[in-house]
Design a protein around this ligand. Structure first.
Ligand code: FO1
Length: 319
């Protein structure tokens, strides 16, 4: 008998935490992850895929626990020397991370990003397939009060300080065959929208028409986890961006943003005031402590997602 399968959409650090929780609760081969590549860019001639690497390092157990991105036990000789040579230091590549990027550069000469990610995952001992949303560039562009910025210029160089006026995603990005076949897997029991930033990390994935329509047409229920706890993001500029875009900073606004897509939403115990308003959008709500610090927290949130998916079961069609 084919085993049940689960598919998560993930961007930055918050998404990777839930992915690790799901990984700890599922058997080998049950979980696949679609990674946002809207943050990818070329820097110092190297192809940088931050969300892919955050997933690979997290699943391999070698992510930097202080930042969530980059490798643990990192050394910085390369950056120090680069600075002495007058090179750019706003985007920090540690020595061990640099090797990852050199290897990706080399492999990309003869393989797709999907194949390269599989090879790097194998080298790191990661068994969960991490599937880039696309093999071609799909840069997210941030429009701000002080001008238009490439994603990493906004997020890292400017520390997400400029006020966001709009965010755009290229309209013509093609999903990979691997992503589309994962979405049409008959054994799929849930599509999971992790608590990554909905506008910066999840929207680029959903902006790809074939991915959005496959999710809408899937029989598996779509379950999200709210990235807000008591109106604040655990990490990163989600609440700040919501404010700048004129969206109220609470979990109901997250549910409204995903309305028509979600069958279920896991919200934090601090946000139960919104439960009935969210349910009136046709979204089943479950409540837990969604702060994911230790592995047991990640497993608890994963359990909430997996039990809600099992309770809801297959659905006929969305929207
Ligand atoms: N984030 C930072 O805030 N500062 C950095 O210098 C930085 C370097 C970096 C290098 C490799 C990598 O894969 C990620 C890196 N990030 C850095 C994280 C990152 O760019 C963002 O967290 C994501 O794009 C948002 O999901």
């Amino acid at each position: 008998m084919t085993q049940d399968s689960y598919l998560a959409l993930s961007g930055g650090v918050g998404g990777a935490k839930l992915v690790l929780g799901l990984h700890s609760r599922l058997a080998a081969g049950q979980l696949r992850v679609i990674a946002n590549t809207g943050d990818d860019f070329e820097h110092l001639g190297l192809p940088i895929s931050p969300d892919i690497d955050t997933l690979l390092y997290t699943l391999a157990g070698c992510a930097n626990p202080a930042t969530g991105w980059g490798m643990r036990d990192e050394t910085w000789s390369f950056m120090a020397r680069l600075e002495e040579l007058g090179g750019p230091t706003w985007f920090r590549l540690g020595d061990r991370d640099l090797a990852m990027h050199m290897r990706r550069r080399e492999l990309l000469r003869s393989h797709s990003l999907t194949a390269v990610t599989a090879l790097l995952g194998q080298a790191l001992g990661v068994q969960t397939p991490v599937l880039p949303m696309s093999d071609s560039p799909a840069p997210t562009v941030i429009h701000t009060a002080s001008g238009t910025l490439a994603f990493q210029e906004y997020f890292v160089r400017e520390q997400a300080a400029p006020a966001v006026t709009n965010i755009t995603y290229p309209g013509d990005v093609v999903a990979t065959g691997e992503v589309l076949s994962a979405l049409s897997d008959p054994a799929l029991r849930a599509i999971i929208i992790t608590p990554s930033n909905p506008w910066l990390s999840i929207a680029p994935v959903l902006s790809i028409p074939a991915i959005k329509s496959s999710i809408l047409n899937a029989r598996a229920p779509v379950i999200g986890v709210s990235p807000l706890i008591g109106g604040r993001a655990v990490k990163g500029p989600t609440a700040k961006i919501m404010q700048e875009l004129g969206i109220p900073q609470h979990t109901l606004a997250i549910a409204q943003h995903y309305a028509g897509l979600l069958d279920g939403l896991i919200i934090d115990s601090q946000d139960t005031d919104y439960q009935s308003a969210i349910e009136s959008l046709g979204i089943e709500v479950r409540v837990t402590n969604t702060l994911m610090t230790k592995l047991e927290d990640k497993a608890r949130v994963a359990d909430a997602v997996l039990s809600l998916a099992a309770e809801l079961g297959p659905r006929v069609q969305h929207g």
